[in-house]
Ligand binder design. Structure first.
Ligand code: CUA
Length: 672
């Protein structure tokens, strides 16, 4: 009975059966029944999760934060997409964050994240995130869980192979998915001149050790291939990057066939220490480009966008010993480096084995010139000379590999829907568990670092058909949490996810939770339109612009009566939240606004722009349930016809205008 119960019935059907036959069906170990381990993911009220799980949002352009092991969603951080929930990308202060050389781009496709590291370990400072579509890298500050900076990447199209971080956060790497004619070339060329005119670019973005500010230190110009994923070397392989590339055929149409013609593509090995030497020696050429650099200032509570016009480029032809190609079975996807830095795992999504390369062997092959010709001038290492070995019959469609720090690797198998655990040294498969269904990325806390925290592996699945309540034509994606503390992986929890998760990382809660910013100090508020107390409230006209310096505190807005606005005016509501208590935001919204609400944190000032398009009375109110009298937190603005001479007046708490400001426009000098 026990055998039948737990070896042959799919794990998840078991839960109700087990409840029915609790006595006879009790598993020897919790291993077989997911339900038996549900308590391991239950976080009782008053207790905290062990890990923050920072998860890419895919086509929602945002980053989500879940608790592990509970799977509870805590926050969606607006990054590349406007967020009507917070006003990000709608408020005047945050609009510049979404500026690019193409103008305002309010959406992106967010695939991978990278947590900052020091000495190969998580340091809990920043999250880097890529925008795939209009190439950008964002930096999120883990003190505020807010986007602090966005940098556009020139000479790139489809910023997929990014962001990948070095072990002291020296650089974040961003490699282009699509090769394209370079930004300073005439791109108006026939598409079938790909081989002649299309080039690849790999950007090295330096990270300021104190402020975290990003800067494109240099780019490497590469043959026109498609870059897919990457990892930095660490430990023994510090100073190197490994980037998977496909379409070495340089096809420009029907890639599903034409980019799989050759038996092998490549992992590109980049000696970035060498690249730094070439940069210092003046080998880089300056290229004229245009890209936006957007920075959010916590003191002014405002972002600025600067267009930069130059990038330094290293050409491999001038820089020998900087790049090498390692042959890899058909269309490699993940290129993952183990915690020691010695082993590089390449997952060929169409391959039947998982090749594992040895950094020591790669170095020896380079020293011995064990080359197999060149690819576009770059030496190609002999496959066998670089190879540690192959994992044989791991499963179907290997995509990504994470590590537990105990000598084991865990590879996601998209086609066979499973996670396969194997030993890095002897390459033997040790365990496999099903995922429901079609796993893409997977994440072990600290998995990409030199010291994984281990304990769990989380699967991010693409398909949930027959597992979740159906919701019309589109179903949710899901994540699954497995306990990996024992020899066998055990399914603990299954939870829906927001957006379409790609890569994720998890970091111990203890590294971040005590460092949270709780308020912005009102006395440090440098916003040019801040009202740091109700005495500083003002309404001023300048041409057809009306600037309202408003304050919010439980439970009123000051001013809450405004008159003298005219049709055609642009009204800027600069709302300062005077609260100095944790978690007391106030919101602001006004009827007919063509944007969204703004949600203002304690001590912060944010601005909503509103166009008075008709005369009448327009209510505004606080949108965040801030107190028992939240519903009373409201006001009115009176809009008069264009050319009217109703004076600009504002007040709170008096039934008549309390203060008047002399109006500078001649039409408005008189009033009743
Ligand atoms: Cu302030 Cu509701």
């Amino acid at each position: 009975m026990k055998r039948f119960c737990f070896k042959t019935i799919p794990v998840l059907i078991l839960t109700p059966l087990c409840l029915l036959f609790l006595e006879s069906c009790k598993p020897k170990t919790a291993q077989s029944a997911a339900g038996g381990d549900a308590s391991k993911s239950y976080i009782a009220p008053g207790k905290y999760d062990e890990f923050y799980n920072v998860v890419s949002g895919g086509f929602n352009g945002q980053v989500a934060v879940y608790g592990i092991p509970s799977g509870r969603l805590f926050r969606i951080i607006p990054v590349f997409s406007q967020s009507p929930e917070s006003g990000y990308g709608f408020s005047e202060e945050t609009k510049p964050m979404l500026n690019t050389s193409h103008g305002f781009v309010p959406w992106d496709d967010q695939h991978h994240i990278a947590l900052s590291q020091t000495r190969g370990e998580h340091d809990g400072r920043w999250v880097f995130a890529n925008g795939n579509n209009t190439p950008r890298i964002a930096r999120i500050d883990l003190h505020t869980f807010r986007t602090a900076e966005i940098l556009e990447i020139p000479n790139s199209a489809g910023n997929h192979a990014s962001p990948f971080i070095t072990e002291n956060s020296e650089y974040v790497l961003a490699a282009t998915r699509f090769s394209v004619p370079l930004d300073d070339q005439n791109g108006d060329v026939p598409i079938n001149t790909y081989k002649k005119n299309f080039k690849g670019s790999i950007s090295f973005i330096s990270i300021d050790a104190v402020s975290g500010e990003m800067n494109i230190a240099f780019q490497i110009r590469t043959p026109g291939v498609n870059f897919d994923l990457s990892r930095a070397g660490k430990g023994v392989s510090h100073g190197w990057f490994f980037v998977s590339c496909y379409n070495s055929e340089q096809a420009n149409t029907l890639l599903e066939v034409n980019a799989s013609a050759k038996d092998k593509d490549f992992i590109m090995a980049i000696n970035w220490k060498k690249a730094e030497e070439y940069l210092k020696a003046g080998k880089a050429k300056k290229q004229a480009v245009r890209y936006a650099h957007n920075v959010y200032d916590e003191k002014t509570h405002s972002a600025t966008s600067t267009i930069k016009t130059e990038v330094s480029v290293l050409d491999p032809a001038d820089c020998p010993d900087m790049l090498y190609m390692i042959p890899c079975p058909k269309s490699p996807h993940g290129a993952d480096v183990d915690p020691t830095g010695e082993y590089i795992v390449a997952s060929g999504k169409l391959a039947a084995t998982i090749p594992v390369f040895s950094f020591t062997k790669i170095q020896k092959a380079i020293a011995d010139h064990a080359f197999d010709g060149e690819y576009d001038g770059i030496p190609v290492l002999k496959y066998e000379a670089a190879l540690h070995g192959e994992v044989v019959k791991p499963g179907l469609g290997p995509l990504h590999t994470e590590f537990d720090g105990k000598g084991n690797a865990y590879t996601s198998m998209f086609v066979s829907s499973e996670i396969v655990k194997w030993n890095i040294k002897d390459l033997k498969v040790l365990d496999r568990v099903p995922t429901y269904y079609s796993i893409g990325h997977l994440s072990i806390p600290g998995g990409p670092t030199a010291k994984p925290h281990g304990k769990y592996v989380i699967a991010y699945n693409k398909i949930t058909k027959d597992r979740y309540l159906p919701t019309g034509p589109e179903l949710t994606q899901s994540a699954q949490l497995y306990d990996i503390t024992g020899e066998k992986m055990k399914l603990l929890l299954d939870f829906p996810t927001t957006g379409e998760p790609h890569y994720a990382e998890a970091i111990p809660a203890s590294m971040i939770m005590s460092k949270q910013k709780k308020i912005f100090k009102i006395e440090e508020n440098m916003h040019p339109y801040a009202a740091k107390g109700e005495g500083q409230v003002k309404v001023e006209r300048s041409g057809n612009q009306v600037h309202v310096r408003m304050t919010a505190i439980r439970s009123h807005l000051t001013p809450d009566n405004i008159e003298g606005v005219r049709v055609g005016d642009e009204v800027y509501f600069h709302v300062t939240n005077l609260e100095q208590d944790w978690d007391v935001p106030h919101g602001f919204a006004i009827k007919g606004a063509n944007n969204a609400e703004i949600l203002i944190m304690p001590g912060e000032t944010q601005t909503l722009k509103w166009k008075a398009d008709r005369s009448g009375i327009f209510p505004f109110y606080c949108t965040d349930f801030c107190s028992a009298l939240h519903q009373e937190m409201q006001g009115y603005i009176r809009v008069s016809p264009a050319g009217s001479n109703v004076a600009l007046l504002f007040s709170t708490g008096t039934n008549k205008p309390a203060v008047t400001t002399p109006d500078k426009t001649p039409a408005d000098t008189s009033n009743k």
